[in-house]
Write a protein that binds this ligand. Structure first.
Ligand SMILES: Nc1ncnc2c1ncn2[C@@H]1O[C@H](COP(=O)(O)OP(=O)(O)O)[C@@H](O)[C@H]1O
Ligand SMILES: [Mg+2]
Length: 370
């Protein structure tokens, strides 16, 4: 790379880094002096020092990395982190979990709903809906008030997985009608599929989806909920982006399969959420190992610990590992989530443990005073 080109990349990276802000003070990482000795090497590697300050969330570095990585011409990003001096004052109760601070409450789009999480994935077919459905059912089983919103416009199949064939009814006085979610397994269920025609092509553009979703959400009578679980469309296109911008999420659960780990789709997904300041709660490895229906033996078809590696690489938590088990698919097809139908199976236990992990991560985000 020539000097003039390096110079341009340098300037672009610096500009990108000024958009990375400290979540509470609003300082950008460049003018606050955190980023130092920024340099672009001949092979397109960007290097800089990051002087971490005492109350910085560790994820500020990740955000800086993500910002630099997306700049055109950047091949690699190397960051030397300088830790704050020992004994530097730590801000009491500072949130270390996730990559952003607790967001301000949902701006009244869904009143009565305490926390909203999304289940997302880099691509389809990895078990996103399966995880969303079973996590929602498991949370309801443990006594929480749970809603499930199927916002996957490409394949709104959550109602099928919940055995729901009814359409939602409309309640409320004339002129102020609202849609009543359907209740199954203690979960309040709503699907964009209820609105979309089977023939309607699922190629609506992001802004259109955002518009529909906004209207849809404000017209649903969710009632009081502890958690709303959103099954997102797969991928990282503008449809997903507008959803994230429409619903203020408290956190995202990223689902991946062992093969998916190596494709980079998950990483792209994680980066999209980081760019939009949406906290990623952690990763779920689905279809991790196959449990034989005949002998119960577990076979590691795709090798071991891909999810663990990805978690280490991204600094995110591995929230659960769900094995591949025939009863999971059968449960999905028959409309009985496996945590309900085969509650003592390995996959059900893994999904319940995952749900509890998610719940405790969410609890940790609620200010102590509440
Ligand atoms: N752990 C699992 N064991 C067995 N089958 C699974 C498992 N997870 C998902 N499946 C099946 O794989 C298919 C795709 O899963 P789905 O949840 O619809 O993925 P997505 O929502 O990501 O497109 C479904 O038929 C589902 O029943
Ligand atoms: Mg799905």
């Amino acid at each position: 790379m020539q000097a003039s080109e390096r110079d341009q990349v340098l300037r672009r990276v610096a500009a990108a880094l000024t958009l990375v802000l400290h979540p509470t003070t609003g300082d950008d990482v460049v003018s606050s002096g955190r980023v130092r000795e920024l340099d672009v090497l001949e092979d397109g590697t960007v290097r800089f020092k990051f002087a971490l300050q005492a109350d910085d969330p560790g994820t500020l570095v990740r955000q800086a990395r993500a910002a630099a990585e997306t700049v055109e011409g950047v091949a690699k990003v190397k960051i030397d982190i300088a830790l704050p001096a020992a004994g530097a004052p730590q801000k009491k109760g500072a949130l270390r979990a996730g990559n952003v601070p607790a967001p301000t409450p949902n701006p009244n789009l869904i009143p009565g709903v305490r926390q909203i999480i999304a289940v997302s994935s880099g691509k389809g077919g990895v078990g996103k809906s399966t995880v969303a459905v079973n996590v929602a059912a498991a949370l309801a089983q443990s006594g929480r008030r749970v809603g499930l919103l199927d916002a996957d416009i490409y394949g709104p199949n959550v109602p099928i997985m919940f055995g729901e064939k009814r359409k939602p009814s409309v309640v409320g006085p004339k002129g102020k009608e609202k849609m009543q979610p359907l209740e199954a397994y203690g979960v309040q269920l709503m699907s964009l599929g209820f609105l979309l025609d089977a023939e309607q092509p699922a190629i609506m553009r992001g802004p259109m989806i955002a518009g529909i979703l906004k209207q849809f959400l404000s017209e649903v009578e969710w009632g009081e909920l502890d958690v709303l679980v959103v099954d997102m469309p797969p991928g990282t296109g503008d449809a997903q982006l507008s959803l994230v911008q429409t619903i203020r999420l408290d956190g995202v659960v990223m689902v991946t399969t062992p093969q998916d780990v190596s494709t980079g789709d998950v990483l792209r997904g994680i980066k999209m959420f980081e760019r939009t300041n949406t906290r990623v709660l952690g990763i779920v490895e689905n279809m991790a190992g196959f449990i034989c229906p005949c002998c119960g033996q577990r076979y590691e078809i795709f090798g071991r610990a891909g999810g663990q590696r990805l978690a280490e690489q991204t600094g995110l938590e591995l929230l659960g590992e769900v094995p591949l088990e025939m009863i999971v698919r059968e449960g999905g097809d028959e409309g009985v989530p496996v945590v309900i139908g085969h509650s003592e199976s390995p996959s059900a236990m893994a999904l319940r443990a995952l749900a509890e992990n998610v719940a405790s991560r969410l609890e940790a985000l609620v200010p102590a005073a509440v």
